[in-house]
Design a binder for this molecule. Structure first.
Ligand code: UDX
Ligand code: ADP
Length: 463
């Protein structure tokens, strides 16, 4: 089966960039990305390429090349499903906020709605691809809905998890470590796998395309994220010990990273990991393990989250303590709000939780992030429902310029590792601040001795 028409449901951080790259690399395939969110689709279609809704280095060029040629963004979900041979499901699967599994399990209501819509609309055989990260055995649920509510057409369900990291999405999609495709062992299942393999083969070499059964593929995605997050919590745990013992966590990370069995990546101590995946996927893993009665497995992985929460809280507590045990009415400048550099995504960003703690202490927060709007900052805080939105709005101001954000400030907390923060005129910043002027570097990217030479009191993580 040769694929000529693909539909992707969900035009978010996963669906948008992934489909843009497929369209760029496979000009003979028509790729339509659909979403219920009209504003999001309008932004993807905006003539001014700077207005596409997701900021990712290089994404604008990829979209500009393929859009209108073989890449389309639309709100007509049914038409796109009807026409496509392959349907990717890339809708969001947040942690449940209600009922059984609240705060732990992934909420599959959006996935189920997609499955029901596909079943209703499809008039010919389709390959349905799970792209969103899903609990193990979700494919079974999707298949059951499709087979029992469909119009008698045949569906093949594949799991094809996305491993891209935000901020490097385009590079990760163009040069993936591996493409993972899970499917049934039946001849029809194997044919579906091969059809998708053929799509990726347009730019990914065969030795990097791995095919497995569906369950292995689903579990591999959760496992990869759990291992990555575990490395960060491990180095963050050591950062606290370093602070007590006089060791330097950067030196420790370098020393252990040179062991080829450990490797040097993902060993940066920080204020804590954020993003839409790590916490959600681990909570989901914990929930699945518990549901099988595997309490030791569940408790083991839950520690990764507990450590991460501790690291965020430790950072805000340290600010309060260092500022003479009170931040009431003090201005604290936040450099960065996104969960990492080179993205405008703020989901689960450590900045949100640190700000929340400091607002509880009556601090005034001044935020500067190169890509995050002031509306987003307030929406993130309001979502926590810690206090009235009006209080967040009076305590948190956003600035378009880092120097304005620092004027009269008591302390700077660096929450995101944006490159530009290193380049600033720190003498100018120092001169405009209250004294003593503090810098809390939650990413260890600034030159501590140089800042101390200016007069700052500098504190990094883990030294
Ligand atoms: C992650 C996985 O990397 C990716 O494979 C998966 O598809 C989705 O989840 P993402 O969340 O986009 O990607 O970014 P990632 O680079 O993994 O960073 C996650 C968080 O960990 C960020 O807050 C980042 O700042 C933090 N981090 C990362 C550290 O604190 N230290 C590190 O050494 C690396
Ligand atoms: P991710 O990071 O997984 O891509 P996002 O929240 O950025 O998550 O994107 C998911 C997108 O899926 C959202 O734009 C949302 O509007 C869309 N979506 C959710 N459910 C449906 C649905 N049933 N049909 C179409 N789009 C949907």
């Amino acid at each position: 089966m040769k694929i000529t028409k693909i539909c992707c449901i969900g035009a978010g951080y996963v669906g948008g960039p992934t489909m843009a790259v497929i369209a760029q690399k496979c000009p003979e395939i028509q790729v339509t990305v659909v979403d219920l969110n009209e504003d999001r689709i309008a932004a993807w279609n905006d003539e001014n390429i700077d207005n596409i809704p997701i900021y990712e280095p290089g994404l604008d060029k990829v979209v500009a090349e393929a859009r209108g040629r073989n890449l389309f963004f639309s709100t007509d979900v049914e038409k796109a499903i009807d026409e496509a041979q392959v349907i990717f499901i890339s809708v969001n699967t947040p942690t449940k906020t209600y009922g059984k599994g609240k705060g732990m399990a992934a909420d599959l209501k959006y996935i189920e709605l997609c499955a029901r819509q596909i079943a209703r609309v499809a008039k010919d055989n389709k390959i349905v691809v799970e792209k969103s990260t899903l609990p193990v055995r979700t494919a079974e649920a999707i298949k059951s809905i499709l087979d029992n509510t469909g119009n008698g057409v045949q569906f093949q369900i594949l799991s094809n998890p996305e491993f891209l990291a935000e901020g490097t999405a385009v590079e990760d999609l163009l040069n993936p470590d591996r493409i993972l495709i899970g499917g049934d062992s039946t001849p029809e299942g194997q044919n579906a796998i091969q059809a998708l393999v053929a799509v990726y083969s347009n730019w990914v070499s065969a030795d990097r395309i791995l095919t497995t059964n569906v369950w292995s593929s689903e579990l591999s995605k959760l496992t990869a994220n759990a291992f990555l997050a575990q490395r960060i919590s491990s180095i963050n745990a050591m950062s606290e010990l370093c602070e007590k013992t006089g060791a330097d966590v950067n030196e420790v990370a370098k020393a252990i990273g040179m062991d080829s069995r450990i490797g040097s990546k993902f060993l940066k101590a920080s204020v804590g990991f954020g993003g839409s995946c790590f916490q959600k996927d681990i909570l989901n893993l914990v929930y699945i393990a518990k549901s099988y009665g595997l309490n030791e497995v569940a408790n083991y992985w839950e520690q990764v989250i507990i450590m991460n929460d501790h690291q965020k809280r430790r950072f805000s507590n340290n600010i309060v303590q260092t500022l003479y045990n009170t931040v009431a009415d003090k201005k604290i400048t936040f450099f960065g709000w996104a969960f990492k550099k080179d993205t405008n995504d703020t989901r689960e960003s450590a900045a949100i939780y640190v700000a929340d703690d400091l607002i509880n202490e009556n601090a005034k927060i001044a935020v500067y992030d190169p890509k995050v709007s002031k509306e987003k900052v307030l929406a993130d805080l309001d979502y926590l429902e810690t206090r009235a939105a009006s209080i967040n709005a009076t305590n948190v101001l956003s600035f378009d310029n880092p120097y304005d954000a620092c004027a009269n400030s008591h302390a700077i907390a660096l929450l995101t590792e944006w490159d530009e923060f290193v380049q600033y005129d720190w003498q100018k910043i120092y001169d405009s601040m209250q004294k003593p002027a503090f810098v809390f570097d939650g990413r260890n990217i600034l030159n501590g001795p140089a800042l101390e030479a200016i007069g700052f009191i500098y504190q990094g993580i883990g030294s």
